[in-house]
Design a protein around this ligand. Sequence first.
Ligand code: SAM
Ligand code: ZN
Length: 202
Amino acid sequence: MSNYKLGLSMEGLEEAFMGTIDAALAHGQPLRYIEIGLGEGTTFLAVRNHVQTVSKRKHLFIGYERLKPEFDILIPRLLRNGITISPVYTSADNDTLFVSDWQRPNLSFLPECANVVFIDGCHCYNCVKNDLLICRDLPRGSFIMLHDAGIRELQCDAMQCSGPLAVHTVLHDMGILGNKNEDFEYLTTLVGARTLVTIQVR
Ligand SMILES: C[S@@+](CC[C@H](N)C(=O)[O-])C[C@H]1O[C@@H](n2cnc3c(N)ncnc32)[C@H](O)[C@@H]1O
Ligand SMILES: [Zn+2]
């Protein structure tokens, strides 16, 4: 049994997920973790908990969520987890930032402040590709994890945009799965309740 309680459908991926966080910490730089698609914040809070337990350094945690006004069913759940999103929240010690941007989802800030990105927002083709293209500019060696990246998941609906879930298709089309992409090195595909692909910036 794992000690880490991650988000719904992250079952079986807990150790691998935290293993990548530990690998990033081992690089010696402060962790700058960004989660695209915060959901209820369960995975995000587990990462922050874990890092703050194993390291006394100051790290940075950013949760990015595209909340549409009509999607605010999420807000009570976030509040229950102690997360305020309205539309930018910074914790008292400045190490945690929640950003929600329902007007103009804009991640251009990302390359300057992240060295680990968990891509788990909208799973449609354009959004996943867009998230990945932004990640090309992260520092060399940065880790990127993508949830719902398997073939089985292709049957699921995308979260926000119309069109099917397409994480696996994007990874395939960009040559990442065959390790032919010049920006990203393919590392692993791990299957739990869903599939997690981990890549690294070249
Ligand atoms: C699968 S859930 C995230 C689960 C969360 N990562 C976890 O492990 O607990 C996807 C979330 O992405 C949000 N979302 C959808 N489109 C987005 C986008 N373009 N950018 C950021 N977040 C997005 C949805 O509102 C939803 O809360
Ligand atoms: Zn989308």
